[in-house]
Every structure is written in C-alpha cells, then in structure tokens.
Design a protein around this ligand. Structure first.
Ligand code: TUI
Length: 321
C-alpha cells in the first residue's frame, strides 16, 4: 500500500505519531520510526538543548526517518528552527500557528515541511508557500484545536489543495483510519493512542486517565480567552470554566486565566498531577483501553484499516449505476 506520503517520506506505514508536547520524546518517536511509522518529537515549549537531546536519542537507535514538531507559540520556536536545520532533521511538522516566515529556510535546508492546518484558507496559504503536505487536524483531537471536525475539515482540505493531506483528530484504530482515507487523506496522524504506548514515558497516572476515560470525558477549555485546548475533565478544567464565566462578568482578567494554564501540561505528564494539571487527550480517549507497544499499535491501525476497506469493497462490488 503506497501513497504520496509513504513515498515522499520513505515509511512503511502511512501513519504519523503526533508531536505531542512533553509526551512525544526521543523514546516514543524512536519506537514509532523503528517500527515503520513516522515518529515525531514534540518540541512543545522546550528549549533547544532538551529537543536536541531527544534528537540525539532517536539518531542513536534508528536510521529510519523521523520528524520534529515545532509548536509555534513556544518562546523557543526560533531556536528550534535553527536546531532542526543544524541537526539535518528531514521532516518538520508545525502546530499552533502559521510557519510562513520559516518556510524558505526549511526548504533551503532540504526539509520536508508539513504544517498542521485547522482550515481550508490556511491549507491553501501553506500550499502556495511551498509546504510539501498538510495535516488537517479536526477538533476531536487533544490539545490545542481549531473549530472544524475531522469529517468536515479533511474532506474540504483534500478538495482545496493538490499536495497530500494527512488526516488527524479522533483516529485510534483501523476503522477510524479507514474513514479518514475515504475522505481523501494519504496518511493519518494519531496522538492519544500513542500516549498510552508501552514506550511512552508519560506518567502512569496520565495514561490511566486516558485508559479509563469515557466517550464524553473531554472538554474544551480556554476557548473564550487564549487558545482552545481539549483535555480530560478534572479540577483544572472546572477552574477554567469558572474563570471564563468570571471573565465574562468582568471579575477576572486575561492574565488570571492564562496563569491557570502555565506549566499545567508538564505537571500532568511528568509529575502525574492529573487533578490540577492539563490531561490533554482527544475525544477518542474513551476507545483507548490498552497499553501496547508502538509496533502493535501501528500494525493494528494498518492491518485493521486494510481489513475493513476490503470488507466494504466486497460489499459494494456488485453495485453498478
Ligand atoms: O498544536 C497542536 N496541538 C497542541 S499545541 C499544544 S501546547 C499549547 N498549550 C496551551 C495552549 C496552546 C498550546 C498542545 N496541543 N495541534 C496542531 C494545531 N495547530 N491545532 C490547531 C492548530 C493551528 C491553529 C491556528 C494551526 C494554525 C493556526 O493558524 C492561525 C494563524 O496564525 O493563521
């Protein structure tokens, strides 16, 4: 099974592991790349040295392609751009902003650039600026999200651009993957299911929140002030909801609300403070119930998609207009 993405990146499976801040370190990305997917190191808000250590780690264990995600709201985004160029990283994904100002430098360095886009307009703009592909991420995803669903966004972005589209948001098994391929995507990106991978260093309490989550357990916070973020409901998300009500009544400032989010993801992922920290996860968390190796996850996504696509093709085979 080949797509423009498997060919462009020389990967066996058309599957990216999302570049999740604090979670997607050198260990997780190496396990995914080694097993035939695209492992991606999440730059998040980390400084250059931390991201470099993760790049060193992955380079030490595999020659397979990997990527680095640059979170454009990070105060260190400029440094991480320098770093990926210095380190000869082949694939960069970007999130939480418009990477236009870096595009020429990425291309001069021979880097394949794949921005996450939340809309058709940004997808078109990225294509014009020379992006090699785009990731259309629906609001089912965890973390910072846009407004459209995967079902509507992927379909419309595929129609609007000629470069390949990777679909993301709400995909955790073969059926979900197959659905996104039906919308025209040439690869998928998966986050939440990889958070609970055996090779993931996320705190066990963070993993348990995902493993025990029900379908309706995630909420979006900070959509009135700041950047909308999807996470599993807890004391922090309640505090956000209250703070935003107070903000609307003029009783709280923007700074008060921003303060709630500071360090919250790290506190949950690294320290296991899943009550007061931010347990970012997608809406498919309710379906993620097992800790498995990255290799098993990739195979389940890939062969699961193949099976359902073949079954459906058979069901439809005799239909003629
Ligand atoms: O970036 C993500 N997911 C993230 S980043 C993150 S760290 C963070 N923590 C708290 C607040 C904000 C960030 C946690 N999860 N996914 C990719 C993504 N990119 N989703 C949405 C976007 C996006 C949004 C707007 C991409 C571009 C964009 O452009 C606006 C513009 O400038 O045109």
């Amino acid at each position: 099974m080949k797509t423009r993405i498997t060919e462009l990146l020389d990967i066996k499976y058309p599957i990216f592991q999302g570049g999740m801040a604090w979670v997607a370190d050198g260990d997780l990305a190496a396990a995914v790349s080694k097993a035939g997917g695209l492992g991606i190191i999440g730059g998040g808000n980390a400084p250059k040295e931390v991201v470099k250590a993760n790049i060193d780690k992955i380079k030490a264990v595999t020659d397979r392609p990997f990527g680095v995600n640059i979170m454009l709201l990070s105060p260190f985004a400029d440094d991480i751009v320098d770093l990926v160029i210095e380190e000869g990283v082949k694939v960069v994904t970007t999130g939480a902003g418009n990477p236009g100002k870096y595009m020429e430098r990425f291309h001069d360095a021979g880097i394949t650039v794949i921005p996450v886009v939340p809309s058709v307009a940004l997808a078109r703009r990225m294509e014009k600026l020379g992006a090699d592909a785009v990731i259309a991420e629906g609001m089912e995803a965890g973390g910072h999200i846009g407004k459209l669903t995967t079902m509507t966004l992927v379909r419309q972005v595929v129609d609007a651009v000629n470069i390949p589209v990777i679909g993301a948001g709400g995909v955790a098994d073969g059926r979900g993957a197959a659905a996104v391929f039906m919308l025209g995507a040439e690869a998928i990106q998966v986050g939440t299911r990889f958070v609970v991978a055996k090779e993931s260093n996320a705190h066990q309490k963070f993993k348990n929140k995902i493993l025990k989550a029900k379908d309706i357990d995630t909420v979006v916070s900070a959509s009135i002030v700041g950047h909308p973020v999807r996470a599993i409901k807890n004391k922090l998300s309640s505090a956000y909801a209250n703070a935003e009500k107070e903000f609307l009544r003029g009783e709280k400032s923007q700074e008060d609300i921003e303060e709630l989010g500071a360090g919250a993801l790290r506190n949950a992922v690294v320290d296991g403070d899943v009550d007061n920290g931010s347990v970012m996860a997608g809406q498919i968390a309710g379906f993620v119930t097992q800790e498995e190796t990255c290799e098993d996850i990739l195979k389940d996504l890939y062969y699961g998609a193949a099976e359902i696509i073949k079954t459906e093709a058979e069901r439809w085979a005799d239909v003629e207009k």
